[in-house]
Design a protein around this ligand. Structure first.
Ligand code: C2E
Ligand code: CA
Ligand code: CA
Length: 449
């Protein structure tokens, strides 16, 4: 697991970490998901008739709250808070062993004596999760959620039931009641989404299932390669290649997005630094989630990472999608300006089709605007879109920004973009994203750098 969030020295902050769990209550003190699956299968073998058995997933705090706590009080405080909450939950975890099932989530099989016993336990659980905590004399309101599955009703595999209950726990945190019963009828899409969410943490820790592909950014006038965009791929052991459009939004629903971006940044920065050593002075562009800007020390850790690999900040560009919404605009803006001050580039991604119109041009202090590929893809045969793209280019230039067109597939579009003064382009006409090694081989052949 990439240690972007917890203890460790500055330079180590973005290093992949394999030996320690992310949570203080992780595998050190709790058994993991696989053991819980075994337990579910065991109790399902015949004992359902005598006792009422429930699978319960406790989501200790919703991720929004978790981010807020870290922003205001720091990581050590968040760890202490978690420790106190886990102690509160001992009334149930002493009775039944608990297992670590996800980011700030524990699961257990609850054997109720009867209906009343179950209802009393659930109500005490919800009361405990809603109780404000006092940590170092400071009262903090955190509200978790609970997912419940009646094992007599759940007919799917243990894995499916756990996934559905995990999701119910996440949804429960958003409900006034604080809990939700799982959806017993999982569609294949649900099942796949749950599997991806539940497995992302362990997959990231393997350090071999995720990989970065690179796509060239080419200057339209000189046709020189001026940069590369790092695009994440997940080689899932059973599902095969999973693309970021599918898994990034799922991971963004969990606290793990912190670890994911940390992993991507570490990989991209170290790769770029080694390209520089080999004589290719490329700039690398990395996609960042809006949620990352809620991390209080994002900028400091990024500065430490660049320092560690001795990469000048100007050779890194962070891309923020126009479609993203920042939860706390003031904090996000402060971070964005701090990033500019650090000297890294900022680009406004997917521009021209998002819901925010031109406001994102004002709120994101970008030096580059990337025109959305959906607009570029179809521009060659559409006069209205031609007028739009032409105006967007002029507008961005007037605001002092460079313009990159993404999704360039046709030579006709390339010519138009050049005529309109667009600075650079990316797209299948130039190359398809590919892993670092073939990308370098392609670059050496295609360009005299
Ligand atoms: P994006 O940032 O807009 O990235 C460009 C996407 O357009 C890539 O899809 C790329 O393969 C695709 N593309 C490039 N040229 C062409 C073209 O000529 N035609 C067409 N049709 N498509 C083209 P990909 O790699 O599937 O990534 C999808 C999205 O996933 C990205 O869109 C980005 O929003 C997100 N993403 C990718 N990697 C990361 C990551 O490391 N972190 C985060 N947070 N998001 C990522
Ligand atoms: Ca992008
Ligand atoms: Ca884009």
């Amino acid at each position: 697991m990439a240690d972007f969030s917890h203890s460790g020295g500055e330079a180590a902050l973005l290093q992949p970490r394999s030996d320690k769990p992310v949570m203080t209550f992780g595998p050190e003190t709790l058994r993991d998901r696989t053991d819980l699956l075994r337990e579910i299968n065991l109790v399902r073998q015949g004992r359902l008739v005598e006792r009422r058995l429930f699978l319960i997933v406790i989501n200790i705090a919703d991720t929004k709250k978790y981010d807020e706590i870290i922003r205001v009080f720091g990581y050590k405080f968040a760890d202490d808070l978690l420790g106190i909450r886990l102690a509160d939950l001992e009334f149930i975890t002493r009775r039944q062993p608990a297992f670590h099932v996800g980011f700030w989530s524990v699961g257990l099989v609850f054997e109720a004596d009867d209906e009343r016993d179950y209802e009393a336990a659930l109500s005490r659980l919800l009361g405990t999760l809603a109780k404000p905590l006092i940590c170092r004399g400071i009262p903090v309101a955190i509200k978790g959620g609970v997912g419940v599955c009646d094992l007599a009703r759940g007919l799917g595999s243990a894995e499916d039931l756990l996934q559905a209950t995990f999701l119910a726990g996440q949804a429960g945190a958003e409900l006034p009641s604080g809990w939700q019963e799982c959806n017993y009828d999982l569609s294949d899409d649900h099942r796949r989404a749950f599997a991806l969410i539940a497995e992302a943490e362990a997959s990231l820790a393997t350090n071999s299932e995720f990989e970065l592909s690179y796509q060239a950014r080419v200057d339209l006038r000189s046709w020189r390669c001026v940069g590369a965009e790092a695009l994440l791929r997940w080689h899932h052991p059973t599902l095969g290649l999973v693309m970021p459009d599918e898994f990034v939004p799922l991971i963004e629903m969990t606290g793990l997005v912190r670890e994911l971006t940390a992993w991507v940044l570490t990989r991209a920065v170290s790769q770029t630094a080694s390209w520089h050593t080999a004589g290719f002075n490329l700039k690398t562009c990395v996609n960042i989630s809006a949620k990352n800007l809620a991390e209080p020390d994002f900028v400091r850790r990024l500065a430490a990472l660049l320092e560690q690999y001795r990469l000048p900040p100007a050779f890194l560009e962070l891309e923020f999608s126009e479609r993203h919404r920042f939860e706390n605009m003031d904090d996000a803006e402060q971070h964005l300006w701090a990033l500019r001050e650090l000297g890294v580039g900022l680009s406004l991604d997917d521009f021209g089709t998002g819901p925010n119109g031109f406001t994102s041009l004002e709120t994101i202090p970008a030096n580059v605007v990337k025109i959305d590929r959906r607009l570029i893809n179809s521009v060659a045969n559409n006069a209205r879109q031609q007028a739009l793209v032409k105006s967007l280019i002029r507008l961005a230039h007037e605001m002092g920004m460079q313009v990159v067109a993404e999704g360039l597939e046709l030579p006709a579009t390339q010519k138009m973009l050049l005529d309109w003064g667009c600075d650079a382009a990316q797209g299948f006409l130039i190359n398809r994203p590919m892993p670092a090694e073939p990308f370098m081989a392609w670059l050496s052949k295609a360009f005299v750098n």
